[in-house]
Design a protein around this ligand. Structure first.
Ligand code: PMP
Length: 430
């Protein structure tokens, strides 16, 4: 294989490459593979790390003597909230521990804002002519699907190395009161792996917005999910918002979905005291309290914040080699040819692969044909539309290491084949 820019190949060399990659692809096809790197799920080995939960809690009472089996305690168990208040850098009074999904809490907030309006809304969002959200791209597909279902329009801004492009955000929010909020995954973002800097966070919390009730949905799903020794610190968005005179601007979300059990963890919401009270007031109409048995067993399992930190190191030991394998295979097969760029994240669950514009959907289709499921091309963009058809999200945590290696080899073959096809076609029509 070549390690020169692909575009510099002679016609003859390009024809050779195309033939080689077709042969490699045919060779993969007969293997009858069944590989899947579509979703950021923890592997079985990671889930096993938390199996002590299955015999907890040892007590039926929390430390104040409340029977956790009974109704009540809408804000969640204080001893668990204490651990995560420390880890998320928020005040205990500002933190809610809920049930197992932070995505559901995000949905609750959006629905409540639509139906009732927020603490600083002139009217319910449903009574506005239009509601628009700013979406940094590439981003999390479920965020976009949620807005689409609720009839909230989406406009995009690029994700930079230090978070969303602040100038682009500012231009959208300054004069248009229909722009009511934005998504942001501040730490090891899905899928770019980027972390929003303190400076960017400060600008987003302080910027002038035409809407008086503009909300940043600060989805800190990967707050503690470090892969390397350097542990990126998340900006303290609630303090920044408060200091900027916009105390209700940010709503922070997190969960233990990728800490303990993805299907039976605990989700968290934090914001200003008034906004926490607003959320609980609406929640209280539909719930007499969260699963406090789950809260207590999590509190017993971790003990304290250091218990969570140690647990996250055990996760990193399992998944860091998988991320290293992705980089190793992609570098070996695609490096130096100016046809692909990808990140080497220091945390989170994804690798973001950008290839030659116009080839991403072809690569996903080629991979599917030979038994490798990739996240659909465009999934990381609103309405599933990547305007450049160049972006592919890779999720290496779930399959065993050897399968990750094999999957990346197939990805590389499909990328080389699709790129060689495109270049050949372009030269033929020139
Ligand atoms: N936010 C982001 C950015 C995610 O990547 C995920 C999981 N893929 C979630 C939220 C879902 O969180 P939960 O399990 O707490 O609903």
């Amino acid at each position: 294989h070549t390690h020169a820019p692909l575009a510099d190949l002679t016609d003859e060399a390009l024809a050779g490459l195309l033939a080689d990659q077709r042969a490699a692809y045919e060779e993969v096809a007969v293997r009858g593979l069944s590989l899947d790197v579509t979703r950021g799920k923890p592997s079985t080995a990671q889930l096993d790390l938390s199996d002590a939960l299955l015999t907890l809690p040892t007590s039926t009472r929390d430390r104040s003597g409340t029977d956790v089996r009974n109704y009540g305690g809408l804000q969640g168990l204080p001893e668990l909230r204490e651990i995560f208040a420390e880890l998320l850098g928020v005040d205990l009074a500002q933190l809610i521990a809920g049930n197992n999904s932070s995505l559901t809490m995000m949905r609750d907030c959006l629905v409540d804002l639509l139906l009732f309006g927020g603490v600083d809304s002139p009217r319910p969002w449903k009574d506005e002519e239009r509601v628009t959200f700013v979406c940094p791209v590439p981003g999390y597909d479920r965020h976009f699907a949620l807005l689409e279902e609720l009839g909230i329009d989406m406009v995009t801004v690029p994700m930079t190395e230090h978070g969303p492009d602040v100038d682009a955000v500012r231009a959208l929010v300054a004069d248009d009161p229909s722009v009511k909020g934005m998504w942001l995954v501040p730490t090891y973002a899905n899928p770019t792996g980027r972390t929003t800097s303190q400076e960017v966070a400060a600008e987003l919390t302080a910027m002038v917005t035409a809407a008086p009730d503009f909300k940043i949905f600060w989805d800190n799903a990967y707050a503690l999910h470090h892969l390397a020794e350097t542990q990126t610190k998340t900006a303290d968005v609630l303090s920044l918002a408060s200091a900027a005179g916009n105390p209700h601007r940010a709503i922070l979300f997190a969960s233990t979905s990728k800490i303990t059990y993805a299907g039976a963890g605990v989700a968290f919401l934090a914001s200003s005291q008034e906004q926490v009270a607003w959320y609980l007031a609406h929640l209280g109409k539909g719930s007499i309290g969260p699963d406090k048995v789950n809260h207590l067993r999590h509190a017993e399992f971790f003990g304290d914040a250091d218990g969570v930190r140690a647990h996250m190191r055990a996760h990193a030991e399992i998944i860091a080699p998988k991320f290293a394998a992705v980089d190793e295979v992609l570098s070996r097969r695609l490096g130096g040819q100016e046809i692909a760029t990808w990140n080497t994240p220091e945390g989170g669950y994804f690798v973001n692969l950008d290839i030659v514009p116009g080839t991403a959907s072809r690569v996903v289709a080629l991979a599917k044909e030979v038994g490798l499921a990739l996240t659909p091309a465009g999934a990381s963009f609103p309405y599933g539309e990547d305007p450049r058809d160049e972006n592919i999200r890779l999720a290496p945590t779930m399959p065993p290491l050897e399968e990750v290696r094999e999957a990346m080899d197939v990805v590389a073959t499909c990328v080389l084949l699709a790129t060689a096809e495109k270049l050949t076609e372009e030269r033929a029509t020139r």
